[in-house]
Write a protein that binds this ligand. Structure first.
Ligand SMILES: NC(=O)c1ccc[n+]([C@@H]2O[C@H](COP(=O)([O-])OP(=O)(O)OC[C@H]3O[C@@H](n4cnc5c(N)ncnc54)[C@H](O)[C@@H]3O)[C@@H](O)[C@H]2O)c1
Ligand SMILES: CC(=O)N[C@@H]1[C@@H](OP(=O)(O)OP(=O)(O)OC[C@H]2O[C@@H](n3ccc(=O)[nH]c3=O)[C@H](O)[C@@H]2O)O[C@H](CO)[C@@H](O)[C@@H]1O
Length: 427
């Protein structure tokens, strides 16, 4: 089968590569640099295992769609903050670009996450401009993507999939295409249920992270350790509390719940969960303020601007809100992230970022941070404070370690460095 995959980002590129094992695949992206890189077999972003597969794959990339049997759309669906709705401009333009190539018997499949009803109310009317009718002349289906960044390749192949077609024939044709690489089960439904299911999954996770964050704040008040408490509670056979943290980022969980609630004012728990998670950067800053309260012109160092551990993606990262809030309160902020290259603020080397700092704030739980010798690293700091929002740092007793959700003394305890520091201590 000839397949045209539109949008070659974190989802479209691996999907195109996996499909290309059994199909003839052309990948399309509006960004010429992305297209050029893919044709040169260079990965435009980092995702484990993908560089090797791209190297071996037979896919070609282009800036414009080509005639095909199937068109699979994997373009971004960002969140329009002003109106709290899904912004479907990329989906619209991708669908428009298919219209001149759409032929009888083709199938159009949307993978992008959209609000319920978008396939019928937005995609179908645009595709009708071709003169063809969905369900009569061409097939239309939604197959939401559920793979998790950091383990995309494995999850794309082994996760169960949900496919909803505009009619049974569309569902079955989409199923046949995905069965060429999906090893998990493929469950079928109608097109709007498929849209709704995807949003429910991410909303479920957002609400449960909000619960963990609220419990972390309560644990501090109760003067206990939330990480120990959660691990004990999770020994219950029907309890699985998620991890607290500095807030929810990424362009899925931090935005998809709004896609579900955009057409109603009836939602309470979903909105509250969003508010709790969005308030976490400010809560983390309140802890930093206590740790640095007697320090004049404090400098803090953010470790990790990726929205979560071990990814290079900083979209909707809680680090950005934390940094902006800290700067607005007079903190000088330096940042270090060995994985991220695209970020709207300057990133420093680890040594530069830590030099003269008063507090390191761990925002992303990169594995690399778990292995660092913070005692040694802080020898070039001004004060030896670490605020760990992810429970990844172990103290060797030579620095003040405060963890989110723990009762430890939040005031800076000055512990002399192992080696003499050349820098004057100002407080
Ligand atoms: N990243 C994930 O882990 C993930 C997981 C599940 C679902 N999703 C959903 O999948 C969709 C894609 O997400 P992503 O992370 O791959 O986005 P991305 O930003 O990494 O990639 C999208 C690509 O589409 C291209 N593009 C935009 N408009 C285009 C057009 N009209 N024609 C051709 N190319 C166009 C962009 O240049 C970009 O390279 C979104 O709806 C997202 O919510 C993402
Ligand atoms: C239902 C589900 O699993 N959906 C996944 C999700 O992928 P994701 O990478 O966005 O998801 P997470 O790993 O949950 O991270 C989100 C943010 O939440 C923080 N977090 C996480 C767990 C925790 O216990 N405590 C936290 O604080 C974390 O740091 C980060 O900021 O959406 C994709 C697109 O739709 C899906 O395809 C993919 O299946």
């Amino acid at each position: 089968m000839k397949i045209c995959v539109i949008g070659l980002g974190y989802i479209g590129l691996p999907t195109a590569i996996l499909l290309s094992e059994k199909n003839e695949v052309v990948g399309v992206d509006v960004k010429k640099d992305v297209v050029d890189k893919i044709n040169d077999k260079i990965m435009p972003f980092k995702e484990p295992g993908l560089d090797r597969l791209l190297e071996q794959s037979g896919i070609t990339a282009s800036t414009t769609p080509r005639p095909a049997d199937a068109f699979i759309i994997c373009v971004p669906t960002p969140f329009d903050k002003e109106v709290r709705m899904a912004d479907l401009k990329f989906v619209r333009s991708a669908v428009e670009s298919i219209v001149p190539h759409l032929r009888k018997g083709n199938i159009v499949i949307l993978e992008s996450t959209v609000s319920p009803g978008a396939c019928i109310n937005v995609l179908e009317p645009i595709l009708e401009k071709s003169g063809l009718k969905a369900g009569e002349d061409y097939y239309l289906a939604h197959c939401p993507e559920r793979a998790i960044p950091g383990n995309t390749l494995h999850e794309m192949a082994y996760n169960d999939r949900i496919i909803g077609g505009i009619d049974d024939a569309s569902t079955q044709l989409a199923r046949k295409i995905y069965a060429t690489f999906v090893k998990g089960n493929i469950y079928t439904t109608d097109i709007t249920t498929a849209e709704f299911v995807k949003l429910m999954e991410n909303t479920y996770r957002d609400v449960n992270i909000a619960l963990a964050n609220e419990l972390a704040i309560l644990a501090e008040e109760a003067k206990i350790n939330i990480w120990e408490a959660i691990s004990l509670a999770n020994h219950h056979p029907r309890v699985n509390i998620l991890k607290p943290g500095p807030g929810v980022g990424g362009h899925c969980i931090a935005v998809d719940p709004w896609f579900l609630t955009e057409a109603t004012n009836r939602c309470r728990i979903i909105n509250t969960a969003r508010e709790i998670n969005d308030s976490m950067p400010a809560y983390v800053l309140s802890k930093v303020k206590v740790m640095t309260e007697n320090i004049r012109r404090p400098k803090i160092t953010v470790f990790g601007v990726a929205y979560k551990g071990n990814v290079d993606d900083a979209r909707e990262t809680p680090a950005l809100k934390f940094i902006k809030l800290a700067e607005s309160e007079g903190f000088f902020v330096s940042t270090y992230d060995p994985l991220v290259s695209r970020f709207e603020m300057p990133l420093s080397s680890m040594e530069d970022a830590v030099r003269g700092t008063d507090c390191i704030v761990i925002i992303s739980d990169h594995d690399l941070f778990k292995e660092l010798d913070f005692g040694h690293l802080l020898d070039n700091s001004r004060h030896r404070n670490v605020l760990d929002t992810r429970n990844v740092v172990k103290s060797d007793g030579t620095f003040n370690l405060v963890k989110l959700g723990c009762s430890e003394n939040a005031h800076p305890v000055y512990v002399p460095p192992k080696k003499p520091v050349s820098m004057a201590k100002v407080s």
